[in-house]
Design a protein around this ligand. Structure first.
Ligand code: IPE
Ligand code: IPE
Ligand code: MG
Length: 235
């Protein structure tokens, strides 16, 4: 759909650690505050009529962090999904995930599959969590699946085009994000949606993720509405 509303918003939720450090608190406190911010942004997205919200929650590179931070972060995520199931149902949200899910701790995988199963027929906002997600790995995984299908004879090499390739990505069936918002002030993709971001508008907020509010989301949407998207053409 080409109009001036961002139907698919993707967010690089960055700055939890700095938010906590500035308060002299452990980084994990920032991650907890980050979940609260995510909850508010999910509700705001639903109210504003966004169709898909992709949230960069844990990257394939984030395993490099201290083990304690990684396990605490994945645990609070699993706990949240287990306890706030009902809230998600109430808002008619449908949960999806993109990433190497089989490499996540089992408690988190169980919580995720439960919520995905219970929300699969919901018709409201799609919340798409990028978890153990890496853009390069996603492309490599797609190439592997394509090679397998070509070898099996189910796919002809000469038929592979951008459309077919997209169907092998974790995001198969989802439109590309209209806008990618990054909080925390840094101007980089950090391996997020490399293929899908080709024509996304980029918006950086200096606010740290736990401080990002409904108003900030509205501001990003309003900025998007004023952008002129040319997709390589002339207007
Ligand atoms: C983003 O916040 C959350 C994750 C990457 C999991 P950070 O933890 O990266 O926060 P900063 O960038 O160190 O402040
Ligand atoms: C990107 O943030 C990943 C997530 C928000 C999940 P990082 O904090 O990992 O990115 P870098 O290290 O600053 O590039
Ligand atoms: Mg960061």
């Amino acid at each position: 759909m080409v109009d001036n509303f961002p139907h698919h918003i993707a967010i690089i939720m960055d700055g939890n650690g700095r938010w906590a450090e500035r308060r002299g608190l452990p980084r994990i406190v920032g991650h907890r505050a980050g979940i609260k911010a995510a909850e508010k942004v999910v509700k705001a997205s639903q109210d504003l009529g966004v169709k898909i919200l992709t949230l960069y929650t844990f990257s394939t590179e984030n395993w490099k962090r201290p083990k304690k931070e990684v396990s605490a972060l994945l645990k609070i995520l699993a706990d949240f999904l287990r306890k706030d199931n009902r809230h998600i149902l109430k808002y008619n949200i449908r949960l999806k995930i993109i990433g190497r899910i089989d490499e996540l701790p089992s408690a988190l995988r169980i919580s995720l599959s439960r919520v995905i199963e219970t929300t699969k027929n919901n018709t409201g906002l799609i919340v798409n969590l990028a978890l153990n997600y890496g853009g390069r790995l996603e492309i490599v995984d797609a190439v592997r699946k394509i090679a397998r299908d070509v070898l099996k004879g189910g796919l002809l090499q000469e038929n592979i085009d951008e459309e077919i390739f997209s169907r092998y990505l974790y995001t198969a069936g989802l439109p590309d994000p209209d806008i990618i918002i990054r909080t925390g002030g840094e101007f980089r993709l950090s391996n997020f949606l490399l293929w899908q971001a080709s024509y996304s508008e980029f918006y950086v907020s200096r606010k740290l993720w736990p401080d990002f509010t409904r108003r900030d989301l509205k501001l990003a949407i309003d900025t998007f509405k004023r952008r002129e998207r040319r997709f390589g053409g002339v207007v």
